[in-house]
Design a protein around this ligand. Structure first.
Ligand SMILES: *[C@@H]1O[C@H](CO)[C@@H](O)[C@H](O)[C@H]1NC(C)=O
Ligand SMILES: *[C@@H]1O[C@H](CO)[C@@H](O)[C@H](O)[C@H]1NC(C)=O
Ligand SMILES: *[C@@H]1O[C@H](CO)[C@@H](O)[C@H](O)[C@H]1NC(C)=O
Ligand SMILES: *[C@@H]1O[C@H](CO)[C@@H](O)[C@H](O)[C@H]1NC(C)=O
Ligand SMILES: *[C@@H]1O[C@H](CO)[C@@H](O)[C@H](O)[C@H]1NC(C)=O
Ligand SMILES: *[C@@H]1O[C@H](CO)[C@@H](O)[C@H](O)[C@H]1NC(C)=O
Ligand SMILES: *[C@@H]1O[C@H](CO)[C@@H](O)[C@H](O)[C@H]1NC(C)=O
Ligand SMILES: *[C@@H]1O[C@H](CO)[C@@H](O)[C@H](O)[C@H]1NC(C)=O
Ligand SMILES: *[C@@H]1O[C@H](CO)[C@@H](O)[C@H](O)[C@H]1NC(C)=O
Length: 321
């Protein structure tokens, strides 16, 4: 069963890799399948890295047993299948030291991988390529839910999964790729200046006997962003850029749409905003009568110069729940 699943996925992505240069795409300048491969490769390296870095005892201390480690190993194997043998990059830098941080980072990486894929699917005019990409991303979405459960948080506190653009996905991914072989394919998408939510809830600090320190509507969000012109990504060979004017709004990409809140208390490259108090549809409620919030789970936040997606900085992943 196991090798069967892997070989199907491998065949699918081998097809994707070979079809990629020919598979033209609407409004993307033809370079889109590359980013999908970068995504699969960072996941492959990341899952192996976590398994190599932490001992069985480290995992056990977080309540994860041999079966859970087997599942992680299996997810790494899925990424082998997704990426096949195409060596693009081999040198990564990850911001985790503990099993919990590894789980949170893996949830983040699979989250932006999923959202980035949904963002480009409709631009593919090769139906075959779109179908293959879809079959790989459904696996990725399940991995993301498993990471949330390993973290001890609700697997899917939303009704819809959001989509982001390729530039947004590349902006989120590039900081963790240190170097790539010289003959690797360049990603043609823009890198926006990085955005940091300085009071982002830190899921690694939740404990099972404390109320989750996650954020509710009305919470003040503190933001800091970089100026354009910074070297980022593989071999520092990409430069962040924006064509936007002065920062004025915060865009929240969550569930089915994008909403905006005013950016306040602006001082240099920092400012505040407030987590909006909105429901998915007007008056959306759960069975128990509580409202179904628009913002929950890991959502994407950007600084914009208008209430349209014209990006000054970001996205940042906001770990609201
Ligand atoms: C995509 O755009 C880049 C930069 O504008 C250009 O160099 C490249 O040739 C374009 N690629 C395709 C496939 O048109
Ligand atoms: C980029 O980094 C990779 C791996 O870190 C290295 O092998 C390669 O030579 C570097 N390329 C350049 C142009 O520096
Ligand atoms: C984001 O802000 C927090 C809080 O100030 C800080 O600890 C963290 O290092 C910042 N992250 C980045 C990538 O700058
Ligand atoms: C979360 O908290 C831990 C422990 O205080 C810290 O080491 C880590 O850098 C934090 N992670 C993030 C993403 O802020
Ligand atoms: C987010 O979802 C979780 C799990 O369903 C729930 O406990 C929490 O109250 C939700 N947050 C908000 C702001 O509704
Ligand atoms: C959010 O909106 C609901 C419904 O309008 C209201 O009952 C609730 O008090 C609001 N919460 C906050 C934090 O503003
Ligand atoms: C930023 O990107 C735009 C659009 O791709 C380009 O025209 C401009 O030259 C870039 N600016 C810098 C400083 O790289
Ligand atoms: C943010 O700005 C508001 C309105 O100008 C002000 O009342 C508030 O004190 C400011 N908050 C901080 C933390 O500076
Ligand atoms: C997104 O959905 C929420 C909830 O229905 C709504 O309040 C908001 O206005 C919508 N935003 C846009 C930009 O349509």
């Amino acid at each position: 069963m196991r090798s069967f699943a892997i070989s199907i996925a491998a065949a699918a992505l081998t097809d994707l890799a070979h079809a990629a240069p020919a598979a033209s795409s609407f409004g993307t300048n033809g370079s889109l399948p590359n980013l999908g491969l970068y995504q699969e490769l960072i996941e492959l390296d990341l899952f192996h890295n976590g398994l190599a870095k932490f001992s069985a005892e480290d995992f056990q201390n977080e309540g994860l047993n041999a079966d859970d480690m087997y599942l992680l190993q299996f997810m790494a194997d899925q990424e082998v299948g997704h990426a096949t043998a195409i060596a693009i990059c081999s040198d990564y830098s990850y911001p985790f030291e503990t099993v919990r941080e590894f789980l949170q980072f893996s949830e983040f990486v699979t989250r932006f991988g999923e959202a980035g894929t949904y963002g480009f699917l409709e631009h593919l005019n090769s139906r075959d390529a779109a179908q293959i990409v879809l079959q790989a991303v459904t696996t990725e979405a399940r991995q993301e839910m498993i990471f949330r459960q390993f973290e001890g948080i609700f697997p899917m506190p939303f009704w819809f999964n959001p989509a982001i653009t390729q530039s947004m996905q590349w902006t989120l991914m590039a900081p963790y790729i240190v170097g790539c072989p010289d003959d690797n394919a360049r990603v043609e998408f823009q890198n926006f200046p990085a955005l940091n939510i300085t009071n982002n809830p830190n899921v690694t600090q939740l404990t099972s006997n404390s109320t989750p320190a996650l954020h509710d509507p009305g919470e003040t969000i503190y933001l800091e962003w970089e100026s354009p012109g910074k070297s980022v990504g593989p071999n520092n060979s990409y430069v962040t850029n924006t064509t936007a004017g002065d920062p004025k709004f915060i865009a929240w990409i969550s569930q089915l749409n994008v909403t905006y809140t005013p950016l306040t208390n602006i001082s240099g490259n920092s400012g505040h905003t407030t987590q909006p108090n909105l429901t998915i549809y007007s008056q959306s409620k759960y069975t128990d009568g509580s409202t179904a919030p628009l913002i929950n789970g890991t959502v994407f936040v950007l600084v914009t110069d208008d209430d349209t997606i014209h990006v000054v900085a970001g996205p940042a992943a906001y770990f609201s729940g």
